[in-house]
Structures are given as structure tokens and as C-alpha cells.
Design a binder for this molecule. Structure first.
Ligand code: SAM
Length: 472
């Protein structure tokens, strides 16, 4: 029944295989011999199967758990260095025809203010985001074929890429919209999107159907096979995620890794990113009503085990999580975070107090982007606004190849330094700028290729002279 190469959702995410995996993990959670064997394989940094990783997730031996966390940190350093890429979500419309029970956009919610941005309003949102320093957005909409048809999304992407305000530019638009057709994915690809993101929410079919009782999203097969259609449509960077809290986290973890294995088996490339959202309070939504909430320690373990299982997949954490939680999790494997986010429609430009009511969920980390940048640098991270890979054609399997060989440093570190420099020149507060200038000095000296170092130094000077957008 379980077949990673199958194109049938229920075969590549096999319920029976997940149950057997969980049983195997439970049986071996205190088996030091098996865990050591898995850790030895993990140390090769080529990833683990869903079964192996599930044993690590279940592991109850304290010393082995310390090893798991240490290895996750090491892999994060080896593959992603000290860079953290920044992005912001942009909510275009909260009209939605689905009945998702955890989401305030569900169509039965009559008191949430519904709003859809006009192209003029999108322009204003983008200017506000550019003025913060953002270069990378993830656009979000509810599912509503009448209010948010694909034409609206495509027009919005064109508008976003078209806004050039002062030195600002949005250089990569990632898209988080409902599962759609191959034809529509082709259109998104042609519009020049970065990653197509779609959270599975839960891999447990029976729960999925209960949690999505009405609307097109009710169709588990359509939703679960969406990434295959996206790839058939030419999008080779796709982003997975489950909404933790809906189902048992161990079930979701195994399902998520099986999905990654399926994409690799069929398309030759795994997911570009994995997001780790946890369910939050929102209008009409009480997270306590869901039985499967996870505490911060379990959350950290999940992040560490994902890092070990798929070392070459970026991992994203949003402002759903608090500053403290983000601090703990960053070092375990996160490569991208959002900052200065608003989850309401029209939340960036001239936000009204009532706009908060249209938010998709409560944001825990409410700091302005500049505070987040400063905070990252004080912890020794290099905040990066880089969007070079996809603009230089390093997507899908080409990106994965470079990443698997731990070669992305040669591109990413210089690009991170140069985009940070742009941020410092154009948007940073005096204090952030001061810290950043010192950090850049140190980071440039650490670059080990002399030619790259010289070019970066040269480009940093040009950025001071007003030039922008240098890429490796
Ligand atoms: N409408 C699109 C879809 O159906 O996939 C995606 C956009 S939705 C705006 C983005 C994601 O927010 C959802 O996939 C879901 O995982 C997450 N979300 C919904 N309600 C949430 C809540 N109460 N707390 C945290 N995240 C939530």
C-alpha cells in the first residue's frame, strides 16, 4: 500500500505506514543501540527516513536527546551558517468559502470584517513594507473563486513586483494560496513566484475531513496532491508545513517526512522549505479547543528532528511564536523568519485599530523589523534579505545539489552580507546600523575565498555610493 512513488495521496501518505512507524518509534524510544545507529547515519548529514527520524523524535534517553540537539545545531551551522533570511506575509484578501474549524476566515464567521485589497491598496502596503526594508514577501489569501480568482492573485503579483519606491524593491514573492490546478500553477510560475507554500494542516485523512467540513478544501486528495500539480506546472520550489495542534504531532511528523520523500522520489527534488506553525488564538478560534497542542520543549524537538531528517530543506518560523521561543528554536535549524508582520488585510499602510479584527491569528512577536534585525545581530546571526538564488536560476534540484554539497555558503554568505548592508544604508536605526557595520566587518574577513572577499568589499563600497542589488 505504501508507495512513495505513487501519485495517489493515500499511497504516498499511507495511514498504515504511519501507524507502523509510530509503533516502531515507540518500541525503540529507549533502545540505545537502535538510536546510536540512527545517529551515526544522521551524522553523515544526508538525512533520515521518516521511520528513523520518528525514533529520534520519540527518544526518551536524555544523553541521546542532547546528542540530537547538538547534531541539529551542527547541521544548521554546516548548511546555513549564521544567516537568517527575513520575510513578511502580505494578506491580500480574507474572503474564504472554506469551513476550516481552526481558521477565523471560515465562511461561517460573520463578525470578522471581510476585506480584499485593491491594486492601489496593494501598492501602498508594498511601499510600507519596502520602507521597513523587506525584499521578500509571502502573499496570503483565503480561498474564494469569486473574490480571489487566480487573475486577482496574478495581477497582485505584477503590482508587487512593479513597485519601486526609493531604493526599495520586492525581489521575491512567495505564494500561499489554496490548492489549485496545474494550469493555474503554470500561471503562477510564469508570473515569477518564488516558493509555492501550502500547509497540509494535517496528514491524518479522517481528522482532515472533520477539520475541513465544507468547501473545496474538504477534499483531502486534492489538497495533498497539490504539490505534485505545482511541480507539474513548473514550480520547483514548494514549501510544506502542518499546523501543529490539530492532530498528534508524531503522526504529523511522519506524514510530513513521507511527503518530502514522495516529492524527492517523483520529482527528484524535496521541499524547498518546511514551516512549523502552531495553532494560535484568533477571532472565533480558541486554541484550547484543540486537544493536540504541543509545549515549547516538544516544539524544539520537532524542529531539531526535522533539521536532521532533511538537512537541505530550509525551515521557517513565523511571528506566531514569541521572541523567547524564536530565540530557542533559531539555533536548532531555522533558516527563515518573518519580522514586523501583520496578519490582517491592509495591516501595514495606515492600519486602523479595527484592522486587527481581520487578522488571521494573533502575532506573538510584535517587534518592528528593525528590532528583530538588531536582536538577530546581537545573537551573532547575519540577517539576510537575499533573494539571489531563484533570480539566478538556482531553484529546485539545482539549488538542492548546491545545498547538499554544503556549497550554498559561497553564494549565500556574500549575498547576505551585501543585502544586510543595503538594509543598514537605507532603513536601519542608528543603533542597528552601528552594530551591523561592525558585524559586516567581521563577517567579510571570515569569507574564505579571496576573490569573493575582494568583490564583496568592492560591492560594499558601491552600496555606500548608492548602487544596489549585487548578487553572487
Ligand atoms: N487559504 C490558503 C489555504 O487554504 O491553504 C492559505 C492561506 S492561510 C491564510 C495560511 C495558513 O495559516 C493556513 O494554511 C493555516 O495553517 C494557518 N492558520 C489558519 N488558522 C490559524 C490559526 N488559528 N493559528 C495559526 N495558524 C493558522
Amino acid at each position: 500500500m505504501y508507495n512513495p512513488k505513487s501519485m495517489e495521496a493515500e499511497e504516498f501518505i499511507s495511514h498504515e505506514e504511519i501507524l507502523e512507524t509510530l509503533e516502531y518509534a515507540e518500541k525503540n524510544k529507549n533502545n540505545a543501540y537502535v538510536i546510536d545507529e540512527i545517529l551515526a547515519k544522521a551524522k553523515l548529514k544526508k538525512g533520515l527516513s521518516h521511520r528513523e527520524a520518528s525514533v529520534l523524535l520519540a527518544c526518551e534517553i536524555p544523553e541521546k536527546n542532547n546528542e540530537i540537539f547538538a547534531l541539529a545545531e551542527q547541521i544548521k551551522k554546516d548548511f546555513y551558517g549564521n544567516r537568517i533570511v527575513l520575510f513578511a506575509p502580505l494578506y491580500l484578501s480574507n474572503y474564504c468559502v472554506n469551513g476550516c474549524v481552526y481558521c477565523p476566515y471560515h465562511f461561517k464567521n460573520k463578525h470578522i470584517p471581510r476585506r480584499k485589497l485593491s491594486q492601489e491598496e496593494i501598492r501602498n502596503e508594498v511601499i510600507a513594507l519596502q520602507d521597513m526594508g523587506h525584499k521578500r514577501l509571502a502573499i496570503e489569501t483565503g480561498e474564494d473563486p469569486v473574490n480571489n480568482p487566480i487573475e486577482y492573485v496574478l495581477e497582485s503579483i505584477k503590482t508587487i513586483y512593479g513597485v519601486k519606491h526609493k531604493n526599495g524593491a520586492i525581489r521575491r514573492v512567495n505564494v500561499n494560496i489554496a490548492a489549485t490546478t496545474v494550469e493555474n500553477y503554470k500561471k503562477l510560475h510564469d508570473a515569477g513566484i518564488g516558493t509555492y507554500i501550502l500547509f497540509q494542516e494535517t496528514y491524518h485523512k479522517e481528522s482532515y475531513e472533520k477539520l475541513h467540513p465544507t468547501g473545496p478544501k474538504h477534499n483531502y486528495k486534492w489538497h495533498t496532491e497539490a504539490m505534485d500539480r505545482a511541480m507539474q506546472g513548473g514550480i520547483d520550489d514548494v514549501g510544506l508545513g502542518v499546523l501543529y495542534g490539530l492532530e498528534s504531532y508524531r503522526y504529523e511528523f511522519a506524514g510530513l517526512l513521507m511527503h518530502a520523500e514522495h516529492l524527492e522520489a517523483v520529482h527528484g527534488v524535496g521541499p524547498h522549505t518546511i514551516s512549523v506553525p502552531r495553532i494560535k488564538k484568533a477571532d472565533d478560534i480558541d486554541p484550547e479547543a484543540f486537544d493536540n497542542g504541543i509545549d515549547d520543549d516538544t516544539f524544539a524537538k520537532i524542529v531539531a528532528c526535522i533539521r536532521i531528517a532533511v538537512p537541505y530543506t530550509g525551515m521557517i518560523i513565523s511571528t506566531r511564536e514569541s521572541e523567547e521561543c524564536r530565540k530557542q528554536i533559531l539555533r536548532l535549524g531555522i533558516s527563515q523568519i518573518s519580522g514586523g508582520s501583520k496578519t490582517s488585510v491592509g495591516g501595514y499602510f495606515n492600519p486602523m485599530p479595527e484592522d486587527e479584527n481581520s487578522a488571521q491569528f494573533d502575532v506573538s512577536d510584535r517587534r518592528p523589523l528593525d528590532d528583530v534585525i538588531k536582536w538577530l545581530m546581537e545573537m551573532g546571526y547575519v540577517p539576510s534579505f537575499c533573494t539571489a538564488c531563484y533570480r539566478s536560476g538556482r531553484t529546485g534540484d539545482r539549488f538542492m545539489e548546491i545545498c547538499k554539497q554544503q556549497q550554498i555558503h559561497n553564494f549565500c554568505q556574500p549575498n547576505a552580507i551585501m543585502t544586510l548592508k543595503e538594509y543598514l544604508e537605507d532603513y536601519a536605526s542608528t543603533e542597528t546600523r552601528k552594530i551591523g557595520v561592525e558585524l559586516i566587518k567581521k563577517e567579510v574577513e571570515k569569507l574564505d575565498d579571496n576573490n569573493i572577499k575582494l568583490t564583496v568589499k568592492d560591492n560594499l563600497g558601491k552600496i555606500e555610493d548608492g548602487l544596489r542589488d549585487f548578487v553572487f
